[in-house]
Design a protein around this ligand. Structure first.
Ligand code: NDP
Length: 273
């Protein structure tokens, strides 16, 4: 495994296992520099969203990189206020305009908005059919949302992007996604920094001569999920991409799994009908 390693999605498309998250990365120079730094270091996957308000900078950095577009995996997301068939189609086109791209590699429903999500999914299928999105998926879907979708979709979602870390080890959801051929993507894999001083993490990190953040990213990869750490700091972007020189043992994986405390650092879709 290395920074170029990919997972094959249920539609045959390759998704790089490591992606740069850009939530809260300020639009403009800071975002462009972060994406440029990541691409220079070897990342080939960027995760943005309309609500992050930095699609323009992400697109600009990718264009300026001179890396062929087809070698970079770009995800963006449908925001909650853009649900409904026509609005979804329009929102995707608006995102493409801001990115300056003809297509995205993955378009995700950001949140399972009640009542409108089924209609929005039909629009996602249209966008996929028309080639504007090479793959389509969802985010913050729990098992009950996925069961509903599986019962009515023509295109099975390629991915489900959810919060996933040892402190929120969503084992049942992971198994369910796997059983349906849906790739789980781990967001907030570094707990937004909230648990980086955990003593077990420190012990394991010291043993391998790495940082707590690197242990968390490695833990996700060893669960065979796609992982999306965010950083806007050049040194930490490189640190987060330097996780291929060590391997967590089975015992360490089990110990880390045991840290689960149901920690959610942003929103909680558990009770979303
Ligand atoms: P992360 O868990 O990735 O943590 C990011 C925080 O950790 C930032 O404050 C960052 O600061 C800091 N950090 C990064 N690397 C290191 C390091 N090596 N050592 C110490 N601190 C570090 O949080 P996010 O919530 O941003 O999640 C990652 C990505 O997942 C998002 O950017 C977004 O793309 C996606 N996401 C999706 C959601 C969804 O609903 N679909 C919800 C939330 C996130 P600094 O930048 O200064 O390095």
């Amino acid at each position: 495994m290395d920074i170029g390693s990919t997972a094959t999605l249920n539609n045959g498309i390759e998704m790089p296992l490591l992606g740069l998250g850009v939530y809260l990365t300020p639009d403009g120079k800071i975002c462009r520099q972060a994406v440029t730094e990541a691409l220079d270091f070897g990342y080939r996957h960027v995760d943005t969203a309309r609500i992050y308000e930095n699609e323009k900078s992400v697109g600009k950095a990718i264009h300026e990189s001179e890396i062929p577009r087809e070698e970079i995996f770009v995800t963006t997301k449908l925001w909650n206020s853009d649900h409904g068939y026509d609005r979804t189609i329009a929102a995707c086109k608006e995102s493409l305009d801001r990115l300056g791209m003809d297509y995205v590699d993955c378009y995700l429903i950001h949140w399972p908005v009640e009542e409108l999500r089924s209609e929005s999914w039909r629009a996602m299928e249209t966008l996929h059919e028309e080639g504007l999105c090479r793959s389509i998926g969802v985010s913050n879907y729990m098992i009950h949302h996925l069961e509903e979708l599986m019962g009515e979709c023509n295109v099975v979602p390629a991915a489900n992007q959810v919060e996933f870390s040892p402190f929120l080890f969503q084992e049942r959801l992971l198994a369910f996604c796997r059983s349906q051929g849906i790739m789980l993507q781990a967001y907030s894999p570094l707990t937004k920094g909230q648990r980086l001083d955990d003593p077990l993490l420190a012990t394991i990190a010291d043993r391998h001569g790495v940082t707590a953040a690197q242990v968390l990213i490695r833990w996700a990869l060893q669960h065979d999920v796609v992982v999306l750490p965010k950083s806007q700091d050049p040194q930490r972007i490189r640190e987060n991409g330097s996780i291929y020189g060590f391997e967590l043992t089975e015992e360490e994986m089990q110990q880390l799994n045991g840290l689960d405390e149901g920690l959610r650092t942003s929103w909680d879709p558990t009770h979303q009908p």
